[in-house]
Design a protein. Structure first.
Length: 264
């Protein structure tokens, strides 16, 4: 009786084939993302870039990133929302391995969008520049190859914001170096001072909970074991740092920023 021998490829051959396929996939994805960006830029070429919807530009550039996305946010609410929304969307194509660095000024944290992104996207490292962003414009830097700059909001009656797409290598490199220098001197979001100045986080949460549940100042002050005047000073300080105009708004923003659990 004859026996048939079956040959199985060695593990080395399997590894080689797998490596080749992965390399081919990466090349295809890289080509597709670059082609997508070129098509988008061609479509924007017929009009002033400032007139192109901000969300469209940010979505396209973030989706076309292959290695790094570096963001500078200095307080433009429209740009903050657009960038955070683009980064929060499920990763597509090559973007799954992108390193994301978000550098912002302290006022940007008041919107809650940045802190919400930090809670939901572990790949995104966020740092805060407490002393402002000297000489560094609000920008979106993609792969060290292209920089999107936008100044001014695009609001009805005020015209479109001024925007430009920079691809000159020397200029892009200079902006990358400025970003790296400011990034190195900024503090991580986790290390950034929490609300309430000298108040401990537990005290801040207790005060916010009192505001959310509608406790009177007298009752809340007794629970905190502080004077009524001191309690009201704490409340005013917390509301100021939250950028809230009312106690109800302070409670809403506290939930958005993860300082209070949401109620379902």
């Amino acid at each position: 009786m004859s026996t048939e021998s079956t040959e199985t490829p060695s593990s080395g051959a399997i590894d080689y084939v797998e490596h080749a396929l992965l390399a081919a996939r990466d090349l295809i994805e890289s080509t597709v993302t670059r082609h997508r960006r070129e098509l988008a830029q061609d479509s924007w070429a017929g009009t002033a870039l400032g007139k192109v919807p901000l969300a469209e530009v940010v979505d396209t550039l973030v989706d076309c990133a292959e290695r790094t996305v570096s963001v500078v946010l200095s307080g433009n609410e429209e740009q903050t929302r657009a960038v955070c929304a683009a980064l929060a969307r499920p990763a597509r194509g090559a973007r799954r391995a992108v390193v994301v660095r978000l550098l912002c000024e302290e006022p940007v944290l008041a919107s809650g969008a940045v802190r919400a992104l930090a809670r939901t996207d572990p790949r995104c490292e966020i740092r805060v520049c407490d002393g402002g962003l000297p000489a560094l414009p609000e920008a979106l830097l993609i792969d060290g190859e292209v920089v999107y700059l936008r100044r001014g909001p695009s609001e009805p009656g005020r015209g479109p914001g001024q925007a430009s797409l920079v691809e000159d290598p020397a200029t892009v490199r200079a902006l990358e170096m400025m970003f790296a220098g400011t990034w190195g001197n900024a503090v991580t979001l986790a290390d950034y001072p929490r609300l309430g100045g000298r108040l401990c986080p537990d005290s801040v949460r207790r005060i916010l909970e009192c505001l959310r549940t509608g406790h009177t100042d007298e009752v809340a002050a007794r629970q905190m074991q502080v004077s009524l005047r001191t309690y009201r000073r704490y409340v005013a300080e917390i509301m100021r740092e939250l950028g809230a105009n009312s106690r109800f708004q302070a409670g809403v923003r506290a939930v958005e920023m993860g300082l209070l659990p949401s109620r379902h």
